[in-house]
Design a binder for this molecule. Structure first.
Ligand code: ZN
Length: 135
């Protein structure tokens, strides 16, 4: 598998607008996009920090993955996303190695990236997202 960099860090928040304000006013970052990802029942806000981004995630449905995460654990770091190449064949390789996949096939995530999640049970407790930018 070829991993090139940390694509983004996903952070679950209660209120997107309030959190955007924190990242802008306190950390001096600039939000460059807010997008709803219906598939994942979230609204996202993105910031660039060098080659890496911060992705804030606000739930749009208590039954969605971020809604459930926040109910269980509150706001905080939700997942770590690595940029990778050849996502489809990478997933096949990982499955052969016995890594538990949440997504066996790539699907569309925010910003038009192809994404897939690995199960924290197979990764030492971290929800890992793999992203491929084919654009
Ligand atoms: Zn993500």
């Amino acid at each position: 598998m070829k991993t090139t960099h940390v694509e983004h860090i996903g952070i679950a928040v209660n209120n997107l607008e309030e959190s955007v304000k924190f990242y802008e006013d306190v950390l001096g970052l600039q939000c460059y996009g807010i997008e709803e990802v219906k598939d994942q029942k979230v609204r996202t806000a993105f910031f660039r920090v060098g080659q890496t981004k911060v992705e804030l995630l606000e739930s749009t449905d208590p039954e969605g993955p971020i809604g459930k995460f926040i109910e269980k654990r509150g706001q905080g770091v939700h997942h770590l996303a690595f940029a990778t190449e050849n996502l489809e064949s990478t997933l096949e390789d990982l499955e052969k190695k016995g890594i538990q996949l949440i997504d066996k096939e790539p699907r569309k995530g925010a910003e038009g990236l192809d994404i897939a999640f690995l199960h924290p049970k197979s990764t030492g407790g971290v929800l890992i997202e793999l992203c491929e930018n084919k654009g």
